[in-house]
Each structure stands twice: as C-alpha cells, then as structure tokens.
Design a protein around this ligand. Structure first.
Ligand code: ADP
Length: 819
C-alpha cells in the first residue's frame, strides 16, 4: 500500500483480523490505513509511523484499548494524537473511563462504514486543530524566548541604548542609558525626550532624530550632548515604532583628538615661527655684513633701508638723522617703492602725532592702519601719514638722535617681532653711521696730528736758528757790549719761547690725562686782567696794537687757579695780537651779570670764517687765513683755554662776522659774591744772602751742569759739579753741601738712587735735595718725593723758583709746587 501524502493516516487497532482487513480495504480511498492487532502491537507500530488519528477497539486480549490510551496520553510525543475508542459490548463505564483517560471520541458497535468515516473525519479535524494549536503555542513560546533573549542581549550590550516611539517618547531604555540619564525608568518611559530635556530642543540631536524618522534612514553623528555636556557618538536607527538609538561617550577620544590637533597646530605654528625667525636672522646677518663693509654715510643709510624695505615689503623706509637738530631730520637713506618724490630732509611734524610721540616717549610708535589707506594710483601723492606706519626712534641722551620710518601704503598688522627688527635696524644703522662718522673724525684727527707734528718741528726749529747764531756770536773773541746784550736777549727770548711751547705740549698731555690740578684761590678780576695784559704785553707791543681795557667799577671776585686763568686770557690776547695785522685795535672788556663775568677779547684782525669757528677749540686745529702769511702756532692754545675754562665751570665762545672782519672771544666765568679782598701775601723776594751756601750740581750733561754752576756762582753760591752719581756721593761724604741739584736720568746710578743714598748717610739728612728732570708728570714727582727729594723742578728750571729754593736752605721745605 503506497502512502499518499494528501490522505490522513489512520492507525486501526482491532484483534479481529477480518474486521481489520475489511475496514482497511473499505477506507483506503480516503485514508492511509495502518493496522495493529492489539495495544502492544500498536505501540510498536507507533515507533515507526506517526498517524493523524488512532482508532482502537476497547476490548483486546493483550493490551486493551483503555490501557493503550493511558500509555499514549503519558507519552508527550503522542499525547496530542486524537484517539477514537470503538467498543462492541460497550458498557457505559468503559465509555466514561475512556473519556477520562483522554479519548477524543467513542464509537459503539455496530457502526456503519459511513458512521466510521464521519467520526474519523472529525477526529482528523481535531488532530489538525490540535497540531495548529500546538504549533502556535510553540511558536509563541519561541517568540517569547526570542524576545527575552533579545532583551537580555540589549541589556548585556555595554553601550547605552534606548528606543523612542514616533512621538519621541521613551519606550525602552537599557541600564547603561539609565545611568546616563540618571533617572529611574519610570520617570523616563512613556515621557517625551524633549519634554524631559528641553535643553536638547533645537540641538543636532533633535534635528537628526527627526531626520531619521522622516527619511527612515539611519543617521550617525557626533556631538556634545546638551544634557551631559559629554561628547557622544550617536547611531539612530529607524524602527517600525520609532527610533532605536545607541550612543557612546567619546569625550576622552575627542580630548585626545583636540590635544593632538592643538599640538599639531602648535607644531605647525612653531615651524612657521621658526621659518620666520630664520628669515629674520638671515636679514639681520645680511644687514650686519653689509654695514661692516660700508664707511660712507649715504651708502650705509641706503643699504640699511633697502634691506629692511625688501624684507618688510614696505612702500617706504626712511632713515632719519636728527643728530643736528631735533626738529629736522636729514634723510640718510631711503627705500621707496613706486614713489619718486622724496625730500632730503623732513620736519618732525611731517610724521604726524607719531613723530611727536616717538620723540616725547622715546619708544617705537606703530599704527596698523591710518584711514584712508592709499589706492595704488594715489601712490604718487601719498602722504607720510597714510597706511600702516612705524616710527622707531634711536634715543641718545634723552633725545631722539635718529629714527627709522616704515610705511606700508595698505593697512597691515605689525607683529612684535617686526617691530623689534625695525628697532634693531634703527639701532644698528645708527651705530654704523656713528662709527663711520667717528672714523672720519679719527682720520681728520690723524691728519691734524700729522700737520701738528710738521708744525711742531717747524716751531721748534724756529728758535734754534737765532740761538745758534747767538752762540756763534758769543764765540767771537772780541765782543762788544752791544753784541753781548743782543746775544743775551736772543737767547733769553728764544729759550722762553721754547719753554712755553714745551709747557703747552705738557699741558695738552696733562689735560688729556685729566691730570691738571687747579689751585683754589680767591682771584680779583682786576688782578687777573692786569696780569694777563702784562704777560701778553710783548706780543701786543710787537704788533704795535692799541689795547683798550674796560672793567667794572666795583671789585669782582672769582674762584680758581689764577695762573691758569691768566694763561687763558693771555692766550686770547696773544692770539688777537697774532692774528691782527700790525697797528690793530684790541679791546679787552669785562662785564658782570647774573653772578657771571664775561671777559671779551675783541680784535679787528683777520677774523674767522664761520665754518671754522666750531673747530678752532679742537686740539691741533689751525685755520690758515686765506691770502695771509703763515702765522706761528701749534693749534693747541685754544684747546687748552677751553678745557681750563670748563674746569672753572665756565665756557668760552667765539664770534666773528667772517674772514677779515675781526674776532671776538668771550670767556664766561662764575663770580664769587660777598668776598672780602684778601690780604695777598706777595712774598718779597728775599735779598740774596747766599754767601757760603754750598750747592752741589749733579748732571751727566756736562754743559747743563757747568752752565748752571756758572750761573749760581755769579749769584754768589759756592758750587761744586759732579757728572755721575758715585762722584756726587763721594763729594757729599767729603763735605756735605746745603743743597744738591740732582739730575734724575743718569746712566749707572740714577738720581733717585743717589738721593736715597744721600739720605742714608748721617750728614745727608739735612741736605735740601732738588730733582731736576725733563719728566714733570705727577707720578714722576711722587717718585721723586718717595726717593727723598724735597723739591722737583722740570728742566729748564725757572730761575726765580730755583733762586727761592736755594735761598731757603736753612729749612727743609715740604713737597712744594715745583711748577
Ligand atoms: P695757535 O697756536 O695756532 O694760535 P690756537 O688754538 O690758539 O692755536 O688757535 C687756533 C686757531 O684759531 C688759530 O690757528 C687761528 O687760525 C684761529 N684764531 C685764534 N684766535 C684768533 C683771532 N683772534 N683771530 C683770528 N683767528 C684766530
């Protein structure tokens, strides 16, 4: 019997084989019939097949229908198979028991085939319904299990997760999300997200949720949550009922990203800074290298402004030199793009408020934009105060000595580094200019020095000629009184002249070394003027000039070194005499005003060209008056005069209307008020009471020693001469003199040593030791006094001073002034 899949399968259990056969045959058109002859046989069959319905006889020999039914109902896999009990001698109790045991139908015997068919059909219907129900139950269970599983899964996901319905009400929220919202689920579920968290309204969160809903497309985004202020990575999935959303806290990542970004930005910025700094360094080096090679003022300014202008891409760079005037600047260099008009000089006002501020504050003034910025076509007419501007001053002694002007015709932001660079340029260029000036000055000083040496040689040779002829004259065997007097006078005048020259030179050295020591005494103006005139008288007489003197009526007092001030006025008078043609008029006047006396020396002589007036007080400066004969002079008198006047807190000035128009020199000195005329102790020259005074003269220059000995002998001294130290010491031991005039610079044993040894012998203690030397500086004097000398005289010794010393041999004086 072939199985037909469409036909329901019936297991027919009956111990009557004839019945089984009959039924199987009769029903096979509609059902697939399997048969078993008792309960045990049926169970065995059920291991093989699964019938839709079982129809079983109740009364059977081995396992009756009721027992069989019990077994079926106790077996899960067969419990649902509908069972139709069939019984012939059906007692009512069997029927009840059958139903109690779970029978699904009962058919009493005898039954017609039609009856059986109908019952089987209804049994099959039950079986179908039962299978469907069971399938549904299983399905439902599976579904429930799946949902539970999914929920468990969602709970187990670490990311926060929640679901919203279409109204954006919470329908689900997992634990992690609850943590995030920090509220219990009952406060969230069923509530609208944006009602609970109004701060999220209008945020990207709302926009993206609505978009996902509207377009039914997932949306991913990253944003800072307005609720938690954390960075979130959000994934929004549209679902049937609304949205499923899961999100993740990415704040840490964002921070790392930001830090990374910032460090990259910082690195980029620092690289950029390094590049800019390298360029700046390069331009600095370029400037330094360029300036080092330049000596010429215009070239320095031009190079510096060009380098700076190109580096800054500036429209105009000017180097302004205010060293001559504060208000007016000479343009020492300019870098100008597209603008050819440029003045040689500018006034401070031309630079607007920047100019006055820079000068007042001494600091750089910078403006990023002065409206209106200039249009390119206006370049030709642009002013100094258009665009972006910098004015960097170079301050010196509290005033603006120079400045760099940078102009950019369109607005521009100046960086602090650029400003610093401009300032550095200003400073470096200024230094280079100053050095170039200084060098030019040094060159001219050197030139003046060379000229000076030539003049000096000439000046020294001048007196030598008359001296030589005088000496020659003196050699003549027969000399007239006249010749003798003449020779004496020549020698006297010329040596005086030479002594003055050498004194002046020594003065210059002392002044340069700051070694001028001034007396501090009260000086009467009248005495000062009288002494000066007296000293200058020979020069005035020589030029046959007339001198007019005007002094105040009342006594005027000054404080200082009379000798030095006489030297100053005498120098002015001598110059007036010297630089005025014979028969000139010279005026000497003194006027007092405001605790100052102005002493003027005016002549109607050669005058001084205005360009030379500033220079004549400089050392070695001589102005050769045009067209006139060369006049003797070393060009140091006025330099000394100025220094001496300054040391007296005064000032000296010249004015002349020009060559040929005479000159006027003015010395202004502070006066002393309320001073009494001091009783000036003019020491009477002591009468020469020198008889019997012994003088030992020691000098390796025989001529000098003997000439001096001769001179002193004439004055009445007893003299002895020694030409070296050893002989001198022997002479002193033999017969100690009152005074020893001792030369310092001697070979073998110098004057210091001789002095020390004289002081070492008993008789030497009281002897007056006088050093005679060509070295007159302070340290030489100190050294002499340390060696035991009482006096220090520079050669050639002033006869008056020597006389005074020799006349005071009765007492050993202290460290007197030997000048
Ligand atoms: P010097 O020894 O050459 O006179 P000074 O220093 O005294 O040196 O003077 C410097 C220069 O100043 C002189 O060489 C001369 O050219 C100028 N000078 C000084 N006094 C007068 C004057 N009264 N008139 C014209 N020129 C003068």
């Amino acid at each position: 019997m072939s199985e037909h899949p469409q036909r329901p399968r019936i297991l027919l259990v009956d111990d009557d084989g004839a019945v089984r056969e009959h039924l199987a045959r009769a029903l096979s058109d509609e059902f697939v019939i399997d048969t078993a002859n008792d309960g045990v046989d049926a169970l065995r069959t059920l291991l093989r097949i699964r019938p839709d319905v079982i129809a079983t006889d109740v009364v059977m020999p081995v396992l009756d229908g009721i027992e069989f039914l019990k077994t079926l109902r106790g077996t899960p896999s067969m419990r649902l198979i509908p069972v139709l009990l069939i019984s012939g001698k059906a007692a009512e109790n069997l029927r009840v028991e059958g139903f109690e045991q779970g029978a699904d139908g009962y058919l009493p015997k005898p039954y017609t085939e039609r009856e059986l068919r109908a019952r089987l059909r209804s049994m099959i219907q039950i079986a179908r319904e039962r299978a469907e129900a069971s399938r549904l139950a299983a399905l439902e269970q599976a579904q429930q299990e799946a949902i539970a599983e999914r929920a468990a899964l969602l709970e187990s996901i670490t990311d926060p997760f929640y679901a919203l319905d279409r109204e954006l009400r919470f329908t689900y929220i997992n634990k992690r999300a609850l943590d995030y919202y920090a509220r219990p689920p009952e406060q969230l579920l069923g509530k609208k997200l944006f009602d609970l968290y109004p701060q999220s309204r209008g945020s990207v969160f709302e926009t993206n949720y609505l978009r996902a809903l509207r377009q039914h497309q997932p949306v991913d985004f990253e944003a800072v949550s307005p609720i938690s202020k954390l960075w979130l990575e959000v994934h929004v999935y549209p679902t049937e009922r609304g949205l499923a959303i899961n999100f993740r806290d990415i704040t840490a990542r964002k921070e790392v990203e930001r830090a990374l970004f910032e460090s990259e930005a910082a690195r980029d910025a620092s690289e950029q800074r390094q590049r800019v700094a390298a360029r700046r360094d390069a331009v600095r080096v370029l400037l330094a290298d360029t300036l080092r090679l330049l000596r010429d003022l215009p070239a320095i300014g031009a190079a510096a402004t060009q380098i700076l202008g190109e580096y800054l891409n500036a429209s105009r760079v000017l180097f302004l030199d205010f060293s001559e005037e504060s208000e007016r600047a000479r343009v020492q260099g300019s870098h100008v793009v597209l603008d050819s008009r440029l003045a040689d000089a500018y006034r401070l006002d031309d630079f607007g408020p920047l100019g006055s501020e820079a000068a007042r504050l001494g600091t750089t003034q910078a403006v990023d934009s002065v409206a209106p910025a200039v249009e390119p076509h206006q370049l030709e007419t642009c002013r100094l105060d258009d665009g972006a501007l910098v004015l960097a001053p170079v301050m010196q002694g509290g005033r603006m000595a120079a400045a760099v002007w940078v102009q950019h015709l369109s607005p521009r932001q100046w960086t602090p580094e650029e400003i610093a660079l401009i300032e550095e340029f200003a400073e470096r260029t200024w230094i280079a200019l100053e050095q170039a000036r200084h060098q030019a000055e040094m060159l001219s000083t050197n030139r003046r020095k060379d000229e000076f040496l030539a003049t000096l040689a000439h000046e020294l040779r001048n007196p030598l000629a008359p001296l030589r002829s005088a000496a020659h004259l003196l050699k003549q065997p027969q000399l007239s009184e006249e010749q003798l007097r003449y020779s004496r006078e020549v020698i006297d005048r010329q040596t005086n002249h030479m002594v003055r020259l050498v004194d002046d030179l020594l003065d210059v050295t002392r002044i340069n070394l700051g070694q001028v020591h001034l007396h501090d005494e009260l000086i009467s103006l009248n005495t000062l003027i009288a002494d000066s005139v007296e000293s200058a008288q020979p020069a005035l007489d020589e030029g046959h000039h007339t001198l007019e003197i005007q002094t105040p009526e009342h006594a005027v007092w000054l404080q200082g070194d009379a000798t030095r001030l006489v030297q100053v006025i005498q120098n002015l008078l001598s110059n007036a005499a010297k630089y005025t043609p014979p028969g000139g008029h010279i005026q000497l006047s003194a006027t007092v005003a405001d605790s100052e006396v102005s002493i003027r020396v005016r002549d109607d002589g050669l005058g001084i060209a205005s360009e030379a007036q500033g220079r004549i007080f400089e050392l070695f400066t001589r102005v050769d008056p045009r067209g006139s004969v060369k006049v003797a002079g070393l060009g140091i008198g006025l330099a000394i005069a100025r220094r001496l006047v300054e040391l007296h807190n005064g000032r000296i000035d010249v004015s002349s209307e020009g060559a040929g128009k005479g000159s006027e020199f003015t010395v202004v000195l502070p006066t002393v008020t309320g001073a009494e005329e001091p009783t000036i102790a003019t020491p009477d020259k002591p009468a020469p009471t020198v008889e019997g005074r012994h003088v030992l003269i020691v000098d390796d220059n025989r001529d000098a020693a003997e000439a001096l000995a001769l001179l002193l002998k004439l004055e009445g001294f007893a003299t002895l001469v020694a030409f070296d130290g050893q002989t001198a010491l022997e002479a002193v031991e033999r017969s100690p003199p009152d005074v020893v005039l001792l030369d310092i610079g001697m070979p073998i044993m110098d004057g210091y040593e001789v002095a020390r040894r004289i002081r070492a012998i008993p008789a030497g203690a009281d002897i007056v030791l006088v050093a005679l030397t060509g070295w007159g500086q302070a340290k030489d004097r100190q050294q002499a006094f340390a060696a035991g000398f009482d006096e220090h005289l520079t050669k050639p010794a002033d006869p008056d001073k020597l006389g005074r010393i020799l006349n005071e041999t009765h007492r050993r004086s202290g460290n007197g002034d030997a000048r």
